[in-house]
Design a protein around this ligand. Structure first.
Ligand code: ZN
Length: 119
């Protein structure tokens, strides 16, 4: 490792990533319930509550997509940790600021590449 290696503790980063992954997986199990197709009894609930239920399902689906995207980032970060690439921007290969990693250890890019997304 060179002198400009990012300042972070790989073990602490791995622990945080694994804790967050476990948390997201637990949340996924809870929300699997709310993602089931809406099969409310039309007799007992009014039209409005059925709409509410469907809206809730949409939200649960959106949340689930975000969660799966974050899980993927976490898996990739763990893979980079294992490979010794962690802490370097996946786009430009520059070290990622430690402050940035402290905020979100799964972040794959430096602040420049994140803000210039798509370029
Ligand atoms: Zn970069």
């Amino acid at each position: 490792m060179s002198d400009d290696a990012p300042l972070f503790d790989p073990d602490a980063a791995r622990a945080r990533l694994e804790a967050r992954r476990a948390e997201l997986r637990a949340l996924g199990e809870v929300s699997a319930e709310s993602r089931r197709p809406v099969t409310l009894d039309q007799q007992s609930v009014g039209r409005l509550s059925r709409m509410d239920a469907m809206q809730g399902q949409e939200m649960a689906l959106a949340q689930n997509r975000r969660r799966e995207a974050e899980l993927l980032r976490i898996e990739q970060a763990l893979a980079r940790l294992a490979a010794g690439d962690y802490g370097y921007c996946v786009v430009c290969d520059e070290p990622i600021a430690a402050k940035r990693l402290a905020h979100d250890p799964s972040i794959p890019t430096c602040v420049d590449c994140a803000s210039g997304a798509g370029s």
